[in-house]
Design a protein around this ligand. Structure first.
Ligand code: HEM
Ligand code: HEM
Ligand SMILES: [Fe+2]
Length: 445
């Protein structure tokens, strides 16, 4: 760690990991409710736990990105963060907002109140005051990072990260717009939900990946720059109009079936480019970096993202297929592997890389960390397979044979038990990761 202000990242990573733990525990409860539907049905019903699971995920991934920015921007720009105090203020606002959202939902506070009460739009459930807090935190963050970049050395990695972070904030603004007409509501709702993960977050992913490749493989910056610009162009070219794959059945004109199908099918290309990029850099790079676990997470992230987002996304993205699979377990299968591969794994790669420096140590607990990668990755792959089989069966019984929703759910119980099993194994892997990075560091003899 060359710059004192990089230390800010430690706090962001620590809180991100605490929320990661909350997220996957909530996931396990959801998986259990799927097979024992009355579990907790009075105190904490499925919809509330589901909100915790998805929102904890989004918030911790964002905290991880912010932490990554606070860690890598000083190294890229060769200067300290503009204002560490503002960075901690930003963190405090985000923590307060998160607690506020959780308490509002768990205790049904201010029900019906447009500013203080819950909002119930999937992924954007936060009460309005929390959303405004998020915007305030984002503005503080953008000021802090932008000023640092403007005053420092200019690199492609920093520029792309900055564009991605600005994009995150700009597209979040659509969360504040909640029109009465359901079709128009959905139209803009996807600006956040789709354009984040299939647009601007990809830029953040690409820049973190590029930073890790520079550090871990010792490859030339010029080579990395060319790749990263190509990946950015491909992501935006495909991802923006790819939003159309959510406009097939919400009351929009029929041409969206063509636009959505064509552009979203191409979305697989930037994810494939990231796989090729990462493997080429590791293969060609001359450096023998001791943090092998960070290399494993970075490579693994590109591969799992390619399968989860690219392949599993393509599987149901063409309108004639989506007509049948829309909103089935096929979607849940894709959602899990895509989020895990792209954003969870890239965050864990960055944390694995940065933690030894933040804790002033040589890379430590490498074997345990790598074992946690394989355990989490295989558990998530298994979960994806069980949900995919469940989804295909569901599609056939429900959408082709015309059986009723609950009649079909009963027949999928075996898959749901297997998903629960995979989830529990995943949690063991995650605990191993947390111990490997935040637990006692092992000093080499
Ligand atoms: C880091 C790992 C995980 C990620 C990234 C993740 C992500 C997600 C996402 C994005 C959704 C919403 C899916 C959709 O709208 O289609 C979801 C729902 C869900 N997740 Fe996870 N999850 C993870 C771990 C787990 C674990 C360990 C379990 C345990 C079994 C689990 C069980 C569930 C269940 C049961 C749902 C609700 C599905 C439904 O509404 O039908 N998740 N998760
Ligand atoms: C890392 C990137 C990605 C993430 C994190 C992600 C995540 C998700 C999530 C959470 C949903 C469920 C949304 C909801 O209904 O609440 C979803 C839906 C969908 N995704 Fe992705 N996705 C990614 C990339 C892709 C790509 C590249 C494609 C196409 C090649 C794709 C195709 C789809 C389609 C077609 C749906 C709608 C499914 C339905 O009709 O039920 N996704 N995605
Ligand atoms: Fe999408």
């Amino acid at each position: 760690m060359k710059y004192p202000s990089q230390k800010i990242a430690l706090w962001y990573f620590a809180i991100a990991m605490a929320l990661f733990a909350v997220q996957i525990l909530a996931g396990a409860v959801l998986g259990y409710i799927y097979v024992q539907p009355n579990f907790l049905s009075v105190v904490a019903p499925f919809n509330i736990i589901r909100m915790l699971h998805t929102n904890a995920l989004i918030v911790w991934l964002l905290l991880g990105f912010f932490g990554a920015a606070y860690y890598l921007i000083p190294e890229e720009t060769e200067r300290d963060i503009q204002s560490p105090a503002l960075a901690y203020l930003q963190l405090a606002i985000l923590v307060l907002g998160t607690l506020g959202a959780v308490l509002t939902y768990v205790f049904h506070l201010f029900e019906g109140n447009p500013i203080l009460g819950q909002q119930g739009r999937e992924f954007l459930e936060q009460p309005l005051w929390v959303k405004i807090g998020i915007v305030a935190a984002a503005l503080i963050f953008l000021y802090n990072i932008t000023m640092t970049v403007l005053k420092g050395r200019k690199t492609a990695v920093a520029n792309v990260l900055l564009i991605g972070l600005w994009g995150i904030a700009l597209f979040f603004l659509f969360a504040l717009y909640n029109p009465k007409n359901l079709s128009i509501d959905k139209l803009y709702w996807w600006y956040v939900v789709h354009i984040w993960v299939e647009g601007v977050w990809e830029l953040v992913m690409a820049s973190i990946l590029a930073f890790l490749m520079l550090k871990l493989t010792g490859i030339d910056r010029e080579v990395v720059d060319k790749w990263i610009y190509a990946i950015v162009a491909l992501s935006l070219f495909t991802g923006l109009l790819g939003t159309g794959h959510h406009y097939y059945w919400i009351g929009t004109p029929g041409y969206w079936q063509w636009i959505g199908s064509i552009f979203s099918a191409l979305e697989i290309v930037p994810f494939f480019a990231m796989v090729v990029f990462a493997f080429m850099m590791v293969w060609k790079g001359g450096r023998d970096h001791p943090n092998k676990a960070a290399i494993l997470w970075a490579l693994g992230s590109t591969v799992l993202a390619f399968f989860g987002a690219g392949v599993w996304g393509f599987m149901h993205t063409l309108a004639p297929i989506n007509y049948y699979t829309h909103g089935t377990q096929v979607t849940a299968a894709h959602a899990h592997l895509a989020f895990f591969g792209a954003y969870v794994s890239m965050n864990l790669a960055m944390i694995t890389y940065a933690m030894p420096y933040l804790r002033k140590s040589e890379p430590y607990n490498q074997i345990l960390n790598m074992a946690s990668f394989w355990l989490m990755a295989s558990a998530m792959a298994f979960m994806t397979f069980t949900l995919t089989f469940a989804g295909i069966l569901q599609t056939h019984l429900q959408r082709v044979m015309g059986q009723s929703y609950m009649e079909v759910q009963d027949q999928l119980a075996l898959f749901y038990w297997m998903r629960l099993g995979a989830g529990l194994v995943f949690i063991i892997g995650a605990l191993m990761f947390l111990y490997a990075t935040f637990g006692p560091k092992r000093v080499r003899a």
